[in-house]
Ligand binder design. Structure first.
Ligand code: WTA
Length: 635
């Protein structure tokens, strides 16, 4: 078994029934029957969903499993996700509806209607074209949370180029590695971004990364923070200069794409080695993200949806950028930290903009809860109708606080379990679902999940096992960029015909799924996904370090924190100063979120006879748990 969690059956956990005012207006009124139908006739179910969107040419097959696990969706269909996210709405009254509301950390604001967002996207698409960017190219985007994130992503997709967005909180080596893998020629960045009143110097980081990975020929820089920066002549151009040129015309045709053409690559941490490029395509990802948001968060024309994630992660890709626009919704985006300048910043924003749905991570909820009820209680939060959670299991205490203090008991919490690989929500309540705090409840339509043992057999209800998905779905990753073998092996290799999630879970007697957490070498820190291997290689890149091991241990606010064990070069001795230096080094190479919580200097690391670090053993020791099977231990 993956871990030694105690066996419980949560069938009797407290149950929260959805309030009648929520149920009466829900987009989906019944779960069981429609769920069964979606499994009995997946082609019919997904075909109907796809027909709600526009296609340049119809598909001739909804699912093609002839080359499994390289499944294909809407085969032969032609569309472009941007056609459905923008162009489609311009023909209707939505043209003048607010698509995006943005507030910067310093309090500056911007609003875009569908019309004006489309205009910016077209202008920038023309800029990209004039730089020679074409269908199939991969553009790297490294930005703070500003509207240009959305604009540049959409502009790429519009002309058929793929984007590879690198989270603005990542740093030099993380960026360099991603540029290299994608072989990007064009990079979009900013002078900086605001965080807690400080400037994150993105352009400085970019310069360092590009020096390591010189494939970049053109760097487009958005002015955000305004300080002096280095602009390299012939390589670096200001965004606003380019957007002022005649080539930045406000009309640009949307490129018809094959349903299976590449939409984006998003790098994420895996079990071993370097981040892997998760591949998503235009057709299936579009249908899946559109449907999940519509059904789960009950998106309506009058809603103001706030997904408080970063566009640099999958949550932002799917639910800040693409899905809200596909649904013709009004989306809100905020640049800064949640407690700056005061812990009521978020609640102020909810009140100011009349946010109706707030979707965030447990770590943020715990962080806000810590400041007490007085901060939210100063604000009118009655606009809220639904709440959401994502990124890690939500502890029942945080769930109850979110439900009572923020939602005043009237707003069901959609605890959505999913992954970069899945494109959209997989296990999630609907607004009509009775909730149990801490459970993501049941699978979404068309999704068949199971909890299995080492042999792939379903475990008894209440037992812990491997969480798997037993059939393909439209939003699934298609492959790993340039590494189809690893895709096959890593996701479909362990259990025959099943997608392995990397998570462990339990299912209770009511069929509710309780996700426990990762069972591989992925660590979720404050909801962010990091790999032990990345942290280790950042440590080892410091000249004083010869070997390093990283593990995740429970942390009250962050969910998990990174703890590391380091072997120094012979003759060197560890001290507090070196701890600080190494933490800074990891921050500089990978990003502040990856800075270890602790660094312990050791003279050896537990390894298997084949030389693999036994992180499981390090964890067990740190937690004072039984060490389990150590027969493979080298020494
Ligand atoms: C975890 C984030 C419990 C899980 C969308 C998964 C969750 C990993 C939940 C993927 C949830 C995400 N309850 N655990 N509601 N949502 N996870 O790729 O371990 O950044 O495998 O995608 O986050 O992280 P990723």
């Amino acid at each position: 078994m993956p871990s030694n969690q105690k066996k419980t059956n949560n069938a009797n956990a407290e149950l929260y029934n959805p309030p009648s005012q929520v149920v009466s207006q829900a987009n989906v009124k019944e779960y069981e029957k429609l769920y069964q139908l979606s499994l009995d006739d997946p082609s019919g179910f997904w075909g109907e969903r796809a027909e709600e969107l526009e296609w340049f040419a119809p598909w001739n097959k909804v699912i093609d499993d002839s080359r499994k696990p390289f499944y294909q969706w809407f085969v032969g269909g032609k569309t472009n996700i941007v056609h459905n996210a923008l162009d489609r709405h311009l023909k209707t009254a939505r043209k003048n509806k607010v698509a995006l509301i943005w507030e910067g950390e310093p309090g500056d604001t911007r609003m875009y209607s569908y019309f004006s967002l489309n205009r910016e996207v077209c202008k920038f698409a023309n800029v990209l074209k004039s730089l020679g960017v074409k269908k199939g190219d991969i553009v790297t985007i490294y930005l703070p949370r500003i509207p240009e994130q959305v604009i540049t992503m959409l502009a790429c997709a519009k002309i058929g180029a793929a984007h590879s967005v690198v989270y603005g909180g990542f740093s030099v080596e993380a960026l360099a590695e991603r540029i290299e893998d994608a072989q990007s020629r064009v990079l979009i960045t900013a002078d900086g971004g605001w965080i807690r009143g400080n400037i994150v110097k993105l352009k400085d980081i970019t310069d360092e990364a590009v020096a390591r990975q010189p494939t970049i020929e053109t760097c487009i820089v958005i002015r955000r923070t305004g300080q002096e920066i280095n602009m390299e002549s012939g390589r670096d151009y200001w965004y606003h200069d380019l957007m002022g040129l005649p080539i930045a015309a406000p009309n640009c045709p949307t490129e018809p794409m094959d349903a299976e053409d590449l939409l984006f690559i998003l790098y994420t941490s895996g079990t071993t080695g370097r981040p892997k490029g998760i591949v998503h395509t235009h057709g299936g990802y579009m249908v899946y993200t559109y449907t999940t948001l519509k059904y789960v968060f009950d998106i309506k024309d009058e809603d103001r949806w706030w997904c408080a994630a970063d566009p640099g992660w999958i949550t932002g890709h799917s639910y800040i950028v693409y899905s809200p626009l596909l649904n013709g919704a009004t989306s809100f985006m905020y640049e800064g930290a949640l407690n700056y300048p005061y812990p009521n910043r978020w609640w102020q924003l909810v009140e100011k903009y009349g946010i109706t749905i707030l979707y965030t991570a447990p770590t943020a909820i715990r962080g806000l809860m810590r400041f007490g009820d007085a901060w939210p209680n100063r604000h009118d939060l009655t606009s809220l109708r639904l709440l959401g959670s994502v990124g890690e299991p939500i502890n029942p205490e945080a769930w109850r606080w979110y439900h009572t203090v923020i939602g005043k008991g009237n707003c069901p919490i959609m605890d959505t379990w999913w992954q970069t690989e899945t494109g959209g929500f997989m296990i999630t309540p609907l607004p009509i679902t009775p909730l149990k705090p801490g459970s993501a409840t049941k699978p979404f339509f068309g999704i068949e999940v199971d909890v299995v043992d080492e042999d792939g057999k379903t475990v008894t209800d209440g037992d812990e096992g491997f969480l798997v998905v037993k059939r393909p779905w439209p939003g699934m990753l298609r492959t790993l960029y340039k590494d189809p073998d690893r895709y096959k092996e890593q996701y479909w290799g362990k259990f025959k015909g099943m997608y392995q999630t990397g998570d462990s879970a339990r299912r209770d007697a009511d069929g509710y799924v309780w996700v426990i957490g990762r069972i591989d070498d992925v660590i979720k820190v404050s909801g962010y996904r990091l790999g032990t291997a990345e942290v280790e290689s950042a440590l080892v890149s410091h000249p004083d370090v010869t070997e390093a091991a990283a593990i995740g241990l429970p942390h009250e606010l962050k969910g998990n924190a990174i703890h590391t064990y380091v072997i120094l070069r012979a003759g060197l001795e560890g001290n507090d100063k070196l701890v600080e230096i190494l933490k800074e080094h990891v921050g500089h190479e990978l990003g502040p979120i990856a800075k270890p919580e602790s660094i312990t200097f050791v003279s050896s690391l537990p390894k298997t006879r084949s030389g693999k670090i036994m992180r499981r053993l390090l964890r067990a020791r740190a937690l004072g748990q039984p060490e389990g099977d150590i027969s493979t231990l080298e020494d």
